[in-house]
Design a protein around this ligand. Sequence first.
Ligand code: NDP
Length: 322
Amino acid sequence: MQAIQILTTGSADVLTLRDLPTPTPGEGEALIRIEASGVNFIDTYFREGRYPAQLPYTLGQEAAGIVVSVGPGVSTVKAGDRVAWCMVPGTYAQLAIAPADRLVPIPEGVNFQQAAAAILQGMTAHYLVHSAYPVQKGDEVLIHAGAGGTGLLLIQMAKALGARVFTTVSTEEKAELARDAGADEIILYTKEDFVERVKSLSAGKGLPVVYDSVGKSTFEGSLQCLRRRGVLVLFGGASGAVPPFDLIRLSTMGSLYVTRPTLKDYTATRAELEARAKDVFDGVLDGTLKLRLEHTYPLTDAARAHRDLESRKTTGKLLLIP
Ligand code: NDP
């Protein structure tokens, strides 16, 4: 089977197409034929070596496909089932192994590309607005990179909970998409000072929460946008990792909170995984959660997908089709 591996860390050039033997599912595992694999910013962190991985390493941690076979002790899925999963490495491939208890059934009416587009970023947006900082009706919230894969879903979910949404984007085209997703105020943070703009939009009060996935270039400004006892949910670092930080500043800036969450901890139990996946797929089915899916690449073009994502050219979801 074909797979995209890294043998060394570095730029998108290190992505290598390889022929690998068909894997065999072990105890509690399933072998799945992948129909669509999601590209996520986290894949670039593994590729660069920002997150450690044992080499050679098959990139990707989100996919949808059909179960081919199962290992001993698996009774929850069987050959032929349509499933989606995430946070399990090895999905830039034609076939993958995943623990059966991390697979969720894809409901009728949701296709493979939609499932692969929704499962990781959809559940991320879900835990951010429902659990990491539960949005209350009337909250004014700031979401960075609002036209990205996660950003567009986050805007829609925050709006559904009754928030007034401010969002940052880098271009006019992205501004349009963020507006279509429901954002109330769009800030072109490459052209204007987002802190000043947020202060004026919130009449100087500051915000109860900022959802920041950009990291290095926005972190300081995000803290300044918060009101007393506000929460900075730092959930990524698309511009780079945030440098070490002196905690006393949280006190001097108004008893602020910072959390650095990951989806894994918000889908840690089977019940939580199923509940979040169900909410996300229900939203896709009833049309309340709109997916943007125009960046689809053949598996062999994974490097181009990474270059496009990192150069801020893309909007919405990127998929690889094996
Ligand atoms: P996106 O589609 O959002 O792409 C990243 C976006 O970040 C770009 O489009 C760009 O938007 C913005 N950006 C700002 N500065 C830079 C920069 N210097 N280089 C590149 N991009 C930049 O990606 P994803 O939806 O896959 O992921 C978004 C973020 O969410 C990532 O940080 C990711 O790690 C994080 N994440 C975290 C999870 C968690 O549980 N902690 C789970 C899922 C995602 P613009 O041009 O408008 O600035």
